[in-house]
Design a protein around this ligand. Structure first.
Ligand SMILES: NC(=O)c1ccc[n+]([C@@H]2O[C@H](COP(=O)([O-])OP(=O)(O)OC[C@H]3O[C@@H](n4cnc5c(N)ncnc54)[C@H](OP(=O)(O)O)[C@@H]3O)[C@@H](O)[C@H]2O)c1
Length: 267
């Protein structure tokens, strides 16, 4: 079991915009799609996947359980609802989207329910998102580190999250970087632009290649065919040690996703 190194994000994309993005991406060769219950686009993602004609076993589909559905009585029914919207009978990866606000639902309860969902065949792999070291330790205590495929976290050149990543490496938990492009912010950075110029690549390719070279899975989103195609080609770009060191030095701890109602005390 493993996680594809490059997939397509769908946050903020709705209706025809998400159908077009997913359809174009699949036509270009993307095979992994990341959605979530809260994105309100699972039905459209399911529509685009079905319309592509690509066999289900060639696709890698991730969705995330919203915080309102973390209770043991709600998690599996909500996942079944997601599956029906997505027009499939299993997910490749199901993530806990955010830890339960104020710990209202204990980690043991939702990780236990997620494990049960996997046992029922509703998901092939399971994982978490926006989990701190402390929360990961709690999740590991319930299901074991081998059962946690990934922790999907905000990670880009301006927020490299090294303490958390080090802990995840020590546990063998894969890193998925979300907002790898810093929602576009990183693409104006002079260092990234210079490295891009040296490799005849785009700033987005440099940023994605940097993350993938560190072994992180990435899920950039785009509404433009040109950007979707360019981002996919980031897999072919090889950065040198100096490039990697220059990007490592860009970390400034800039966190773009920090919703007051959801965010735990970050590491
Ligand atoms: N687990 C979580 O809590 C969480 C939170 C946030 C995001 N995510 C996941 O991570 C995915 C990625 O994050 P994100 O979509 O917020 O941000 P992102 O991928 O860092 O950035 C997307 C933005 O970058 C632009 N872009 C993409 N490729 C580009 C290129 N080659 N050149 C120039 N601009 C480019 C896009 O604009 P255009 O449309 O114009 O290309 C879009 O505005 C999400 O879609 C979602 O699936 C998860």
């Amino acid at each position: 079991m493993s996680i594809p190194l490059l997939g397509l994000g769908t946050f903020r994309l709705k209706d025809q915009v998400v159908i077009d993005s997913v359809s174009q991406a699949l036509a270009l060769g993307y095979r992994a799609i990341d959605t979530a219950q809260i994105y309100g686009n699972e039905a459209e993602v399911g529509h685009a996947m079905a319309a592509s004609g690509i066999p289900r076993d060639q696709l890698f589909l991730t969705s995330k359980i919203w915080t309102e559905n973390l209770g043991a009585d709600k998690l599996i029914p909500s996942l079944k609802d997601s599956l029906s919207k997505l027009r499939t009978d299993y997910l490749d990866l199901t993530l806990i989207h955010w830890p339960s606000p104020q710990g209202a639902v204990p980690v043991a309860e939702f990780m236990g329910a997620l494990e049960e969902a996997r046992a029922q065949g509703l998901t092939r792999q399971m994982g978490v998102s926006n989990f701190t070291i402390d929360l990961l330790r709690q999740a590991i205590a319930v299901v074991g580190k081998e059962a946690i495929a990934t922790n999907q976290i905000e990670l880009h050149p301006y927020l490299q999250n090294r303490t958390l990543v080090e802990f995840m490496h020590s546990q063998g938990i894969a890193v998925t970087s979300y907002m790898t492009l810093g929602y576009g912010k990183v693409l104006q950075d002079p260092v990234i632009l210079e490295i891009a110029g040296q490799h005849n690549a785009t700033p987005a390719q440099v940023t994605l290649a940097w993350a993938m070279q560190l072994g992180y899975a990435v899920i950039p989103s785009s509404t433009r065919r040109e950007n979707l195609a360019g981002n996919l080609k980031a897999r072919e770009l090889k950065l040198n040690d100096e490039d990697m060191a220059r990007i490592a030095a860009l970390d400034s701890g800039l966190r773009l996703t920090n919703p007051e109602s959801l965010a735990p005390a970050w590491d």
